[in-house]
Design a binder for this molecule. Structure first.
Ligand SMILES: Nc1ncnc2c1ncn2[C@@H]1O[C@H](COP(=O)(O)OP(=O)(O)OP(=O)(O)O)[C@@H](O)[C@H]1O
Length: 269
């Protein structure tokens, strides 16, 4: 289905500081190609900062990020996206009357060769390209069970489907590495199961590496091959879900956060 193949990611000695606060402090870990790799940690641990470094939004003061051996740390966000990193966001943007189709086409912006003017003038090459992009977007929407909703305004969809659109938009970028920031936030158990299945199916069907930030421990334990745990910007644990679950450093980081029981039992809050 996709011409791309899953890519490995290496994070080496990455530090990001905001004044006296080190959002990331000498963080290193590797993500194997084809893995679903979870990044977990209490609030403020540095997870979103890590995503921002990988996607080129934050420049680290030290360290390097490599996708399939290629250094990303000096690139701009659109250049990082062009190398095959697609990203969903923590908060769904409900503003505007944008349709699901339009929202998904935004994900293909960097893949479109014809400019907006050419499309508006109805030039043949632009029309053909637009048709091809719409066909691919429809195929991806179908994977998410969204194909019947393409013409509906995004804000009319139930929240669970809006979260699916957010993930689908990142898939429309044709990534080799898909970064998902809390795809299950605000979802009920059945919706969380649905998105979990979709992530696993996507990984196989599109040959993706998946990097996942998620607070839902039930989901993390179920679908991740490997976990990295951050706390106060430092990597405090890294290993298989069961190894991380029994790591005393992890239990102590979560102590008093309200998520400690979920870490121990691997259940959703
Ligand atoms: N742009 C910024 N300016 C100043 N401080 C920031 C900025 N971004 C992050 N931080 C700080 O860096 C630390 C890590 O924040 P980050 O958002 O990366 O954590 P997180 O693990 O994603 O948290 P959460 O689970 O709550 O989303 C926090 O102390 C945060 O206040």
């Amino acid at each position: 289905m996709s011409p791309q193949t899953a890519a490995p990611l290496d994070i080496e000695g990455v530090t990001v500081a905001f004044g006296a606060v080190k959002a990331l402090d000498d963080v290193s870990f590797s993500v194997q190609s084809g893995h679903v790799h979870g990044v977990i940690g209490p609030n403020g641990a540095g997870k979103s900062s890590l995503f921002n470094v990988i996607s080129g939004v934050y420049r680290p003061s030290a360290g390097e990020v490599r996708l399939d051996g290629m250094a990303l740390t000096k690139l701009r966000p659109h250049e990082v996206a062009g190398l095959g990193i697609g990203r969903s966001f923590q908060n769904v943007d409900l503003a505007g009357e944008e349709s699901v189709l339009e929202s998904l086409l935004v994900g293909r912006h960097d893949l479109m060769r014809s400019g907006v003017t050419a499309v508006m003038l109805g030039l043949p090459r632009a029309r053909r390209e637009e048709r091809e992009h719409k066909a691919r977007v429809t195929e991806i929407a179908d994977f998410f069970g969204l194909a019947d909703h393409l013409d509906r305004p995004l804000h009319e969809l139930p929240y669970g489907q809006q979260k699916l659109v957010d993930v689908a938009r990142a898939v429309c970028m044709e990534p080799r590495l898909l970064m998902l920031d809390e795809p299950a936030a605000g979802l009920d158990e059945a919706e969380t199961d649905t998105i979990s299945e979709i992530i696993l199916d996507l990984r196989s069907a599109l040959d993706l590496t998946v990097l996942l930030i998620e607070h839902d421990m039930g989901m993390v334990m179920k679908i991740c091959d490997h976990l990295t745990v951050l706390d106060f910007g430092r990597r405090i644990s890294d290993g298989t879900p069961s190894a991380v679950q029994s790591d005393p450093a992890v239990a102590s980081a979560y102590l008093g956060t309200g998520e400690a029981a979920e870490i121990e039992t691997g259940t959703a809050p």
